[in-house]
Design a binder for this molecule. Sequence first.
Ligand code: NGQ
Ligand code: ZN
Length: 448
Amino acid sequence: MTALFFTRALLPTGWAHDVRVTIADGRIAAVTPGTQPEPGDDRHAIAFPGLANLHSHAFQRGMAALAETAGPNDDDFWSWRETMYRFVLTLDPDQIEAIAAYAFAEMLESGFTTVGEFHYLHHQPDGAPYANRAELAERIAAAASASGIGLTLLPVFYAHGNFGDAPPSPRQARFLNDLDGFAALLDGCRRAVSGLDTAVVGVAPHSLRAAAQAEVAAVAALAPDGPIHIHAAEQVREVADCEAATGLRPVEFLLDRIGIDARWTLIHATHLTAGETRRLAASGAVAGLCPVTESNLGDGIFPAADYLGAGGRFGIGTDSNILISAPDELKAIEYIQRLKYRARNVLAPKGGSTGRRLFDGALAGGAQALGLGAVGIAPGARADLVTLQAGHPSLALAQGDGLLDAWIFAGARIDRVWRAGRQLVAGGVHRDRPALEARYRKALQPLA
Ligand code: NGQ
Ligand code: ZN
């Protein structure tokens, strides 16, 4: 039994003072506010729950900032994707594991205690499966284990190059499965995570570009309790191609032809009509927002004000991992709306804190999207906890929700992170950072 004592902690009921939290078997056993520390308690200043990073392609951390030079033609999402596809072909399993372990450690340092790995890199560069079909899923599981982060593994079904069952390109060969191959992979993924505590396995048809209607339905049926993730409506061209092929926009297609509910997470969902915004909000599905990547790739602007106004659920993801930062993702959701509407505190309730609104939304939506069950500093929830460095100047005048605003908007820093009761980060640094960093550098060296 571990006991932590916090001067201030964000509980489901709000901020509380002098909070004692006991932990057993990775879960919170008891929470007692307004009490005294006991001898031997591990004492800290400011605590809140760890967040879920609901959308990551871990390997892309290895190409962070390598696509920021202009090419011969106008650059866009699709030209970035070609650069990413070239990078994919250079990676072997050891490199993939090393990159993922380092990326996961950075996630913990930034306040994420669970990652949803949208895992689509399955095969050898020529498309032949590894002798073990789930070889690379095992590498992701090993990376989660090395870092200590919680894992929701989302093996991806990918079969086509575009709408209308267009053939895939050779550069997509590492991603491809038919439905039988995918079912075998899914079994392998379940085995791959069996050694991790609290791991979840879901499924992910990559997108309506890569999976036909019957395939999306068949893949979803393999995860009757969810989570089910899919990329949707990220690019204007994708929306136009979907309309041309099916008569419906991507989110309309998912609502009308597939039927989505609280088991589903729609990654990006950037381009929504007013009707789609309302209907997605009412569906109970989560919008998986990745605004740092969406900004980097020039995707467009998600209608966050309308969607949250309609009661829509959302979570945050680091997607391409060009920058791994929970506060940057939260901040970007709001800042993009400020630029759009030339207004401030767009997403906050009247009189309320923007940071708190974003944090609460991402905590609940992220937990739903990754199948985590109860979260928050409450008995029965996993002991996934974060503290701030109390002496940071941005906290000098901060009280209550202002502590979250200082973290999200003003650069207050993380001190400790516990995942399932294990302290993994202290002074903002992962306990195995030197080794994970060295392995990451070594893995990338051959690509220099
Ligand atoms: C991915 N990433 O799967 O990594 C995608 C690019 C695609 C983002 N969409 C590939 N951000 O969507 O076809
Ligand atoms: Zn993605």
